[in-house]
Design a protein around this ligand. Structure first.
Ligand SMILES: [Zn+2]
Length: 232
């Protein structure tokens, strides 16, 4: 039997994550919010992170959003471990997912993430519908933005969606969703609330959420729920 699972993830821990969460809830879609607690100026407060965790999942994204491959390994470990401990203390719950800032990781970083008790880690590698073969290198389907032309090109090469979708992530999101409905697997939409705001794309995001939501045979899960499902 084919499985159809939709998941979304939203990075950095900006205040507007609360607005984004409400939009997801309107369409019965779950999100994993990867929070860097000491990064953004307009960051979520501790109370807001708690509020977000009531329906959605909170994942770790380092303490300060540093490129982990560019700093000494002991510092990288502090960033990874520190963000897990900080969020676990705050929420009184286990944090099982990690996300590499700027999508940067290598084998050593992966090992540290694994060693510190995370069940998986998300990357920014697009164009994928597969269940993660390596949960510490979990790929996404697409970015809710036109901001990464190289990723768009990779998605195009992998999926051969219409060239019309090249400059329009709304169309891209819908066409990739149609492919997902044909083949099953995981449809993973990723983005940033601050980026949606900056690009003035809240309505676009809502149209995409409307398109991908409330399909009878599709399950809507957090990143962590999928990794746990795979382990069981
Ligand atoms: Zn980030």
């Amino acid at each position: 039997m084919k499985l159809y699972i939709v998941t979304t993830s939203w990075d950095d821990g900006h205040k507007l994550d609360l607005k984004l969460a409400k939009l997801l809830e309107k369409y019965n879609i779950k999100g994993t919010f990867y929070v860097s607690p000491f990064y953004l100026e307009n960051k979520l407060t501790r109370e807001e992170i708690k509020e977000l965790s009531e329906y959605h999942e909170i994942g770790a994204h380092t303490l300060t959003h540093v490129d982990l491959t560019s700093i000494p390994i002991e510092k990288a470990e502090k960033e990874i471990k520190g963000s897990k401990i900080y969020l676990e203390k705050l929420l009184g719950a286990k944090i099982s997912m990690f996300c590499y800032p700027k999508g940067k990781y290598d084998q050593r970083i992966k090992e540290i993430v694994k060693k510190n008790g995370f069940l998986g880690a998300r990357t920014c590698n697009g164009g994928n519908f597969e269940f993660p073969k390596d949960p510490y290198e979990w790929r996404i389907t697409l970015h809710a933005s036109n901001g990464s032309p190289l990723m768009t090109l990779k998605i195009y090469i992998k999926t051969r969606i219409s060239i019309k979708a090249f400059m329009d992530w709304e169309l891209r999101a819908k066409l990739l969703f149609d492919q997902f409905i044909n083949k099953g697997g995981v449809y993973h939409l990723w983005g940033h609330s601050w980026e949606i705001e900056r690009n003035n794309e809240w309505q676009k995001l809502e149209r995409v959420l409307q398109y991908i939501s409330n399909r009878p045979y599709v399950k809507y899960k957090t990143n962590g729920e999928i990794v746990k499902l795979l382990k069981s």
